[in-house]
Ligand binder design. Structure first.
Ligand SMILES: Nc1nc2c(ncn2[C@@H]2O[C@H](COP(=O)(O)OP(=O)(O)OP(=O)(O)O)[C@@H](O)[C@H]2O)c(=O)[nH]1
Ligand SMILES: [Mg+2]
Length: 459
């Protein structure tokens, strides 16, 4: 265990509450807390709770529950005391002041977790997951943070790194034999290994675009021609009469947005002005905004009125949209009043988007409910966020994966061009370092400081 001073901070938010927790961690944590008690606590027993009265020079501060965690068995990896007082800012401040007089220091943001990392209780990716799990506001973000906290992501990274390390040592052994021209590391095997690892690294790296969008809140834009039923569907999904609906084409003139939660995902749902040749300047601006939203969207839900829109017009719309966004999901609306051949529409949609078309009636509750379920399924299946899949949600990790991927490419090119062992070994080592940086084998204090300063105090 590394040796530090003893730190104190409140671990629960400010304000009134049933209880507030003050946390003390460091080599003198027990003694400093004990200094405020008349009735002493036994320091022998870890994981024990005591009900005790706390005193300072003025008198009694509060009666509180004291939890002891000894040495390596604590969150931080050092002696820790958690004191649950009555949830009053006055009591908390007075207790912390008394502990400061005992010799504690006020903790920096994230310092408890930083100590956990430095004492080897968590690797860096796990420590970062602590901040993510506190920030998670919906199931997807929570699931990913939990997976990362429990070490699943770190295990994936470590196993990739170990395989690269094995080959590096073989190549470096060749270098030791210098002149003798031996080859311990078969170039064919190395190529095969690096290709395999690169596929995994790239998949993780590429999952960040989606992971980040989902963590922040994925943007889903409703777009289509006037009167297609965009605002009707917007209101139905939100279960709220938020946007004006009318049979006058061009009703919605400005974009309207709200947050939509479906199946544990947080979406930014945006209703937009219908796309057509504008009839006035305001509508023109509204339509320009529609296109801007489409370009920035995670996915665009393109809605059309079955029966009214011609098949060639549908095709033209989809082709125009595909120049602005990668993900177009198509909905045929007003199926309640349509009696023609829907196949001609779905064929075009399948051809242009490679995805099936939904058929709904935005006015019908049951139809919208069914649609919501299918929408959730599309997120899970088509966007690849199934439960067992690792999705990268942290920009620092994505950047390290990018560096690793580039180095792996250098190695592949190098083998093809008969690059010497020492240069291969250099690229292998850089690739390994990039992976190591994710789980925290880095010695750069600035990087560590930057990561932990984003935590809240007391964490
Ligand atoms: N029959 C039927 N009518 C619908 C359905 N959905 C919407 N409508 C009607 O279609 C008309 C247009 O609906 P809106 O939701 O305002 O259409 P919009 O796409 O927002 O139109 P703009 O804002 O003008 O671009 C309204 O009269 C709706 O009641 C549906 O599923 N079936
Ligand atoms: Mg509208």
């Amino acid at each position: 265990m590394l040796s530090f001073d003893t730190i104190v901070a409140r671990a629960t938010p400010a304000g009134k509450g049933a209880i507030a927790v003050v946390r003390v961690s460091g080599p003198n944590a027990f003694a400093m807390v004990d200094g405020l008690l008349k009735s002493k606590i036994s320091l022998k027993n870890s994981h024990t709770a005591y009900l005790r009265q706390f005193f300072d020079a003025e008198g009694m501060i509060d009666e509180a529950l004291v939890l002891l965690f000894k040495g390596t068995k604590s969150y931080t990896g050092e002696d820790t005391v958690e004191i649950s007082v009555h949830g009053s800012d006055y009591i908390v401040n007075r207790l912390i002041t008394a502990l400061l007089q005992q010799g504690c220091r006020v903790a920096e943001p994230g310092e408890f977790t930083q100590r956990a990392f430095l004492n080897g209780k968590l690797d860096l990716a796990q420590a970062e997951a602590v901040a993510d799990i506190i920030a998670a506001e919906h199931r997807f973000a929570h699931d990913q943070a939990l997976k990362q906290l429990r070490g699943g992501f770190s295990d994936d990274i470590s196993s990739l790194r170990d395989r690269l390390l094995h080959f590096t040592s073989l190549i470096e052994l060749e270098l030791d034999f210098g002149e003798e021209d031996v080859e311990f590391a078969s170039r064919d095997e190395l190529t095969h290994l690096v290709q395999n690892i690169k596929i995994k690294v790239d998949a993780l790296k590429d999952s960040f675009a989606l992971g980040n969008a989902l963590k922040q809140g994925f943007t889903l834009v409703l777009a289509g021609r006037p009167n297609a039923g965009k605002s009707t569907l917007f209101n139905a999904l939100l279960n709220e009469d938020k946007a004006i609906v009318s049979d006058i084409a061009g009703t919605t003139r400005d974009a309207i947005e709200d947050r939509l939660f479906i199946e544990g995902l947080s979406l930014r749902l945006i209703d937009t002005a219908g796309i057509r040749e504008a009839t006035d300047v305001i509508e023109q601006q509204g339509i320009a905004r529609t296109f801007k939203h489409i370009e920035m969207s995670g996915a665009t839900l393109y809605i059309f009125e079955a029966g009214t829109l011609s098949v060639p017009d549908l095709q033209a719309d989809l082709q125009e949209l595909s120049s602005k966004t990668d993900r177009i999901w198509v909905v045929a609306n007003k199926m309640d009043s349509f009696s023609g051949d829907i196949g001609q529409y779905s064929d075009v949609v399948a051809r242009e988007t490679q995805l099936p078309m939904w058929q709904i009636s935005a006015r019908d509750r049951l139809s919208v409910l069914q649609f919501t379920k299918e929408l959730a399924k599309r997120f899970e299946v088509d966007l690849g966020i199934l439960d067992d899949q690792t999705v990268v949600t942290n920009a620092r990790h994505a950047n390290s994966l990018l560096i690793c991927s580039q180095e792996l490419q250098h190695i592949l090119d190098g083998i093809a061009n008969n690059l010497t062992g020492d240069l291969l070994s250099f690229h292998l080592r850089t690739a390994i370092r990039a992976l190591s940086a994710i789980t925290g084998d880095i010695d750069n204090e600035e990087v560590l400081g930057n990561i932990f300063s984003k935590f809240c105090i007391g964490k």
